[in-house]
Design a protein around this ligand. Structure first.
Ligand code: AMP
Length: 114
């Protein structure tokens, strides 16, 4: 999508600190980290604005995303625990409407979240 921040990051016209990628997924550091490790995982293709638009045909992409998240967590030595979060809608804090998942770790993560 022409006017999407994360599509521009995928395309390289907006810089990012890339952590890892697969065929379908790009992982890069959040510009405003909420934890010592805060990585965003996004599908390279703008397949959904948020998780509410996902369905069966996105299964392979989601499996790849979760698998890559686990690899990044292992490389970052997040043995104490880590969290995946996806915000749906502005009321939940979503600010970029290209489906993405936050990987958070490196500090105690309270539950339930605030
Ligand atoms: P959300 O609020 O769930 O939509 O998450 C969007 C995230 O994107 C926020 O945590 C922002 O800090 C992050 N963000 C915004 N712009 C950039 C950027 N240029 N590079 C990396 N992360 C960004």
């Amino acid at each position: 999508m022409a006017d999407c921040l994360f599509c521009k990051i995928v395309g390289g016209s907006i810089p990012s600190e890339r952590v890892a990628e697969t065929e379908r997924i790009l992982a890069f550091r959040d510009i405003n980290p909420a934890a010592p490790t805060h990585v965003l995982l996004i599908p390279k293709e703008h397949v959904a604005d948020s998780a509410e638009q996902l369905h069966g045909e996105h299964g392979l992409m989601l499996a790849e995303l979760f698998g890559l998240a686990a690899e990044i967590a292992a490389e970052a030595h997040l043995e104490e625990g880590w969290r995946l979060v996806t915000n749906v809608g502005a009321g939940a804090g979503q600010s970029v409407f290209h489906f993405h998942v936050h990987l958070l770790g490196g500090r105690p993560l309270g539950w339930p979240p605030g």
